[in-house]
Design a protein around this ligand. Structure first.
Ligand code: HQG
Length: 176
């Protein structure tokens, strides 16, 4: 059992395509049902192993509550996890040079996902950007000023924050 592969499949089911598993409006599904779906591929996967993957996830991608489980961010399915709205001074976003040009004109808009995703740390934002391009552009978001102007940020995990839209005036590229 390759934990990363299981987690990838889990993220796919919980964020994009629960394929038959019923999901509530906050993104939760029944843990046993998810386990059964994963056991179609990983026959010997156990409940404790699945819980271990959730607990040890390096980005805090998932949450278990009672007998239910959900992804905390990354969704394209139409759900609205009840994440805490937080005060934060600065956040970061890593992206391709081409996207950065458009972001400079029109702001950060969600594309395939429901939300815009931001990182608490510069290093993490750079890693996110590297999924799109070898030499990502690092953007700094003046979250405190955005909050003052009515843009709320929600904390999905220790590393990941989400919002609906960030206007360009709160975004500036950082040299690195
Ligand atoms: C870009 C992964 C043009 C944006 C990651 C990004 C993250 C624009 C792309 C999480 C734009 C969307 C999310 C605009 C934004 N014009 N492009 N106005 N505004 N974009 O994959 O942030 O490991 O949906 O810059 O690590 O890259 O799977 O978002 O490049 O935490 O848990 O549109 O997903 O988490 O790409 O990644 P994505 P993301 P996991």
């Amino acid at each position: 059992m390759n934990r990363r592969e299981v987690s990838k499949q889990m993220a796919y089911l919980l964020r994009h395509d629960p394929s038959g598993i019923s999901m509530d409006e906050e993104g939760f599904v029944d843990l046993e049902e998810l386990l059964s779906a994963l056991q179609e591929r990983w026959t010997n996967l156990t409940d404790p192993e699945l819980r271990g993957i959730v607990e040890e996830d390096p980005k805090g991608r998932y949450e278990i509550s009672g007998d239910r489980i959900r992804a905390l961010y990354g969704h394209s399915v139409d759900v609205d996890p009840d994440l805490p709205e937080v005060e934060v001074k600065v956040l970061y976003h890593g992206t391709s040079p081409k996207a950065a040009e458009r972001i400079d004109r029109e702001g950060l808009r969600s594309q395939g996902r429901r939300k815009v995703h931001l990182s608490a740390r510069q290093e993490d934002a750079i890693e996110v950007g590297k999924r799109h391009t070898p030499e990502p552009v690092l953007l700094e978001i003046e979250a405190d000023k955005a909050i003052d102007s009515g843009v709320p940020f929600q904390k999905a995990s220790d590393k990941v924050y989400v919002t609906d839209y960030v206007p360009p005036k709160f975004i500036k590229p950082i040299d690195r």
